[in-house]
Design a protein around this ligand. Structure first.
Ligand SMILES: Cc1cc2nc3c(=O)[nH]c(=O)nc-3n(C[C@H](O)[C@H](O)[C@H](O)COP(=O)(O)OP(=O)(O)OC[C@H]3O[C@@H](n4cnc5c(N)ncnc54)[C@H](O)[C@@H]3O)c2cc1C
Length: 550
């Protein structure tokens, strides 16, 4: 049972808005971050009729702004939170092996040691336990101890006078915004109705019971009443605001904490491995990104400003540079910056104990009134478990027998045959008229969806070429973002379907004209619409640039 809902484009969106108006759903999900996406997939694969609405672009909230690590969280071991670490490691193994091998990639990290014996014993025991907590599933290699000399060979950038040894261990990495969008497309494959730029304005009630929501299609201004037997809110840092707006008294609240990352060229830091550095309050990651960049972060500061556009400021950037310079032989500086991005952690705290509130170490599922469940907190890595918890709670309102969650066995779109396709890269390259290197890069972003590119390139061979000289992105990726991945603006393409915004050094400003030229016809734009989307992106970049100067 394949559904056309897995191809996100203007036609699919129009029929989604029609369906929202005319059909009745079992579950309506508010929020298209990774939590909402996971809920839509969980519900759809249990055979439920589910719709999801997202007020911005898919993953435009926290789910495009994380450290992009699929990890157990080494630092939670210090808090003795073994259950959380084990659960996250289990999810990591699942994603790397069967669920999303095309998107979630193993990555090695070095934990530098500053003393010869004591620290090695303590940290070594922690990392040993980290590897042990995986249980019997072991897709990633075990950790290994490195001598002073081995550390110098692995990471010549480190100051050898203060870094005296190290331990190398494995975690995994994902492009969060792409992964969230692919979970949504998978939910679409199993019949979920998906609409971005569609905002929930209010809930529809019958007595105390929630029976749907009033939504606005922000592209056309059209208001639609969506009938649904239950609603699940997965609105992250928007939760407090929406609870208040909906007149619902929850049993928890969400605090916002800002986390910033900087991006620098690989040449600025000479290392073959990523690094995890201990700071006074937490840890700092130096994470390999694509073939030639590092992402470094993060910060952790209380935040009360605009939720939609959190920005890094000068103090955030300086903090990260100072922390990483503490171990580097050759310091980095602001001159090395290619880009910066900021995100907001939704940190939950339970206010009252309640029979309807299920509190785990990191996420909360709340069921304050019949027909309405909300979920917040947690981490990207455990999205699938969070989604299952939320749907389990919500089905209690449906008064029918609903199957157990089966997402453990559901591969994300593009995962099928991934390893076989990698082995056939040379043949695919010939078929698509691309180089083997280009094909491998595309397989690691699209998996088996790469076959969709053939027709697009055949229709316009210029799309088989680089977007611009020196760019890794091909024109076909930009077209596909609008024709299959739900991108509706230049910002969607440059910030989330690609990462040109923080990878390019000029925020991709020189590419906006070419991007508009490619996506304009797919989105039905005239010259005015092209100009408006370019200006919207330029304004966004201007505001980001301004913020890191002050
Ligand atoms: C700096 C940082 C680093 C992190 N690093 C990691 C990491 O490496 N690994 C890890 O596992 N986790 C990490 N996390 C945590 C992880 O990113 C989050 O837990 C996760 O992305 C939260 O997803 P979410 O779907 O709950 O929220 P969001 O992604 O914010 O989604 C909520 C959505 O609701 C939408 N919405 C709001 N109001 C409405 C409305 N009225 N109608 C419709 N839609 C609405 C919003 O637009 C938004 O898209 C990190 C977080 C931060 C901030």
């Amino acid at each position: 049972m394949r559904s056309a809902n897995s191809i996100l484009n203007p036609e699919q969106r129009t029929s989604a808005i029609d369906a929202l108006e005319s059909e009745e759903f079992d579950i309506l999900v508010i929020g298209g971050g990774v939590t909402g996406a996971g809920i839509a997939l969980d519900a759809a694969t249990r055979g439920l009729k589910v719709a999801l609405v997202e007020s911005q672009d898919f993953a435009a909230g926290t789910s495009s702004r994380s450290s992009k690590l699929i990890h157990g969280g080494l630092r939670y071991l210090e808090q003795y939170d073994f259950k959380l670490v084990r659960e996250a490691l289990h999810e990591r193994e699942l994603m790397v092996t069967t669920q999303a091998p095309h998107l979630v990639k193993p990555l090695s990290f070095l934990y530098p040691l500053h003393s010869k014996v004591r620290e090695r014993t303590y940290v070594g025991a922690g990392i040993f336990l980290y590897d042990l907590l995986r249980g019997l599933q072991r897709a990633l290699p075990n950790h290994k101890h490195l001598s002073h000399k081995m550390v110098q060979a692995a990471a010549p950038c480190l100051n050898s006078k203060i870094v005296l040894g190290g331990i190398e261990y494995f975690d995994a990495q994902v492009d969060d915004a792409r992964h969230t969008m692919m979970i949504l497309r998978t939910a679409g494959l199993y019949g979920a109705t998906l609409a971005n730029r569609t905002r929930v304005e209010s809930l529809i009630r019958e007595g105390e019971r929630v029976v749907g929501a009033q939504v606005t299609d922000l592209a056309s201004g059209k208001r639609v009443k969506v009938r649904s037997r239950s609603v699940i809110m997965a609105a992250g840092v928007w939760s407090n605001e929406l609870h208040e707006h909906f007149g619902i008294t929850p049993h928890y609240s969400v605090r916002m904490s800002k986390g910033v990352h900087i991006v620098v060229p690989r040449s600025a830091i000479d290392s073959r491995v990523g690094m995890i550095l201990k700071t006074a309050l937490s840890v700092l990651f130096v994470i390999p990104w694509t073939e030639d960049k590092w992402i470094i972060g993060t910060t952790d500061t209380d935040y009360t400003g605009d939720r939609t556009n959190p920005k890094a400021d000068a103090a955030d950037v300086d903090y990260i540079i100072n922390e990483v310079n503490k171990v580097l032989a050759k310091p980095i500086s602001r001159a090395d910056l290619l880009g910066v991005f900021a995100g907001l952690r939704p940190l939950v705290s339970s206010e009252k104990s309640s029979a309807t509130t299920k509190v785990s170490r990191e996420h909360i599922v709340d069921h304050p009134v019949p027909g309405f469940v909300s979920i917040a907190g947690g981490k990207y890595t455990t999205y699938r478990v969070m989604a299952k918890d939320a749907v389990d709670e919500s089905v209690r309102d449906l008064n029918k027998k609903v199957p157990e969650s089966i997402t453990r066995t559901i591969p994300i779109l593009g995962a099928d045959g991934f390893h076989a396709l990698v082995n056939s890269a040379d043949r695919l390259a010939e078929e698509l008229g691309l180089t083997s290197h280009e094909v491998l890069r595309l397989l690691n972003r699209y998996g088996s969806e790469i076959f969709e590119f053939k027709a697009i390139i055949a229709a316009d061979p210029t799309l088989g070429r680089a977007l611009a000289t020196g760019s890794d992105y091909l024109g076909v990726e930009i077209a596909y973002a609008a024709s299959h991945e739900g991108a509706m603006s230049i910002s969607d393409v440059l910030l989330r379907r690609t990462r040109i915004f923080f990878e390019s050094g000029d925020y991709g400003l020189s590419l906006t004209g070419r991007v508009a030229e490619i996506i304009g016809p797919i989105l039905g734009w005239d010259e005015d619409a092209k100009g408006a989307s370019i200006r919207e992106y330029e304004d966004l970049v201007q505001a980001e640039r301004q913020a890191i100067l002050v």
